[in-house]
Design a protein around this ligand. Sequence first.
Ligand SMILES: [Fe+2]
Length: 248
Amino acid sequence: MKIAIISDIHSNIEALHAVLRKIDKEKVDVIVNLGDIVGYNASPDECVTEIRKCEAISVSGNHDSAVHDLTARESFNVFANQAIRWSHFKLSKENKDFLKKLPLLAIVWDRFIACHGTLKSNDSYIVKPFQARRMFNIMRKEYQRINICFFGHTHRQAVWSRDVRGKVKQLKLNENPIHLNPEEMYLINPGSVGQPRQNDWRASFLTFEPEEAKITFYSVPYDLYKAQQKILKAELPSFLAERLAEGV
Ligand SMILES: [Fe+2]
C-alpha cells in the first residue's frame, strides 16, 4: 500500500498537475489531502475539481473554511484576504459546497490521523517543540491506537518524533526515505504543493508506505511561469507571483 500525502495546494493547478503526474508514476493507491486547496493563487475552481476527481481523502484548511465563513478571514493578512475574496467569486456552487462539507480531521483506516493545522484547529501551527508535545499528548489521550499524524499549514516539510521515554524532537531530514520506528509517535508535514515556504520553489509532497513504515519526500518542478502569469492576469497582488519563485 502506497499513500500520497499532499497539502496546501492553494489554487496552483500547474503545481497540482505536476504532483499528480508524479503520484501516478509512483503507483500510489490513495491520495490524502491535508487542506487549503484554495487561496493565494489563481486556479481555485480547477484545483477543487481535480481533487474531487481523484477522490482524495480530504480535510479542511483555514483557507477552505474562509471561502464561506467571513469570520475565518479575520486572521488573514491583506494578500490572503484579497485572494480568498476573489476565490469566493471564482468557485462554482458545487465546489464551494464541497469545501464547506470537509471535516476538520480524518482518521484513516485506524492507522493515522490527517489534519490541517492541529488536531483542534485548522488555523494553529506546529513549529515549536511545546506545540508538538501538546499534540502528542492529545494523541495519547484521545487516539490511543494511533501513532502517526500528518499535518500541513506551515508549508514546510517536517517530522517530529516522540520516543518511548517521552522525548520530543524534530528530525533533521538529511535522509530520504525515512524509516519510522513503530514504537515511536510522529507528526509529519509533507510541505506545500502550491506555495512552498522552504526556499525551494518546487512543489512538495510525500508518500507513506505503512507496511514498511516508510515515508519519502518529493520536490517536483512545475510550470512556475504559467502559474505566475495567471496570478498577474487575475490582478491578484503581484507579490503572490513573486513569492512562488522564491519559495517563501
Ligand atoms: Fe496554507
